[in-house]
Design a protein around this ligand. Structure first.
Ligand SMILES: C[S@@+](CC[C@H](N)C(=O)[O-])C[C@H]1O[C@@H](n2cnc3c(N)ncnc32)[C@H](O)[C@@H]1O
Length: 217
């Protein structure tokens, strides 16, 4: 099984317990702040959500945007999202690295806790896939974890490319080696490269957000 297949399999198995990550007591203040901030970035826009999972963030975005296309590479979390996210929303299985033209084109995109799972050597592939679906001047927002000792799962390993890995244990006791990177602002600016105007990086104690615009030709 490839690493990408292993990641999808892990999230399929984790779907029913996934939302517990949003119950960590120490993260609650940051979450309330981001839940308030995020929808305002998408007012009136047609939003493509990448790796939307169980729809935790989608439930806040959907009421603010003109439409939401909630995609994920795995069906199990999408089934949970279907019962949680309402409004002008479509739910579709889609590989973030191969976003089909059939999805349409969008003037906004959001990916929460996805960039951390993109291997450094695949960041460019992901950006090519995403930007093929974006209209000029589209707004893009990424959100992810900061590494916080005592709250984050420890890093078990670093490979030659600089990717970091965690050993994660699910409720059934199964253990999974999962690629989980913690990019800083410089890495995110480098990742958007030719794809965006200079991005805006923000940090809370436990999370970061990074937003930029697709340049007009
Ligand atoms: C950390 S979860 C994030 C879920 C959601 N965005 C959130 O913030 O709660 C990562 C998600 O990536 C999805 N995923 C894994 N590989 C993928 C791929 N190749 N394309 C799209 N989604 C993928 C998983 O199914 C999982 O739902």
């Amino acid at each position: 099984m490839s690493e990408a297949e292993g990641l999808r399999e892990y999230y399929a198995q984790r779907a029913n317990e996934y939302d517990r990550i949003y119950q960590k007591p120490e993260r609650q203040a940051d979450l309330r702040q981001l839940e308030t901030w995020l929808p305002g970035q998408f007012g009136g826009r047609h939003v493509l959500e990448i790796a939307g999972g169980t729809g935790y963030w989608s439930q806040f975005i959907a009421p603010a945007c003109a439409s939401l296309t909630l995609t994920d590479g795995t069906l199990e979390p999408l089934e949970i999202a279907r019962n949680r996210v309402f409004g002008r929303v479509v739910f579709l299985q889609a590989d973030a690295y191969a976003l089909s033209p059939d999805l349409g084109s969008f003037d906004a995109a959001f990916a929460g806790f996805w960039i951390s799972h993109v291997p450094i050597e695949r960041r460019h592939d992901f950006m090519v896939s995403l930007h093929a679906r974006l209209r000029p001047d589209a707004v893009v927002v990424f959100m992810d974890n900061r590494y916080v000792a005592g709250s984050s799962t420890p890093i078990a390993e670093t490979d030659a490319a600089g990717n970091t890995y965690q050993i994660r244990v699910l409720e059934d006791g199964s253990r999974h080696r999962i690629l989980k990177n913690f990019p800083d602002e410089a890495q995110m600016q480098a990742m958007i490269g030719e794809f965006g105007e200079e991005g805006v990086w923000r940090e809370t104690e436990y999370f970061w957000t990074f937003q930029y615009r697709n340049p007009c030709p």
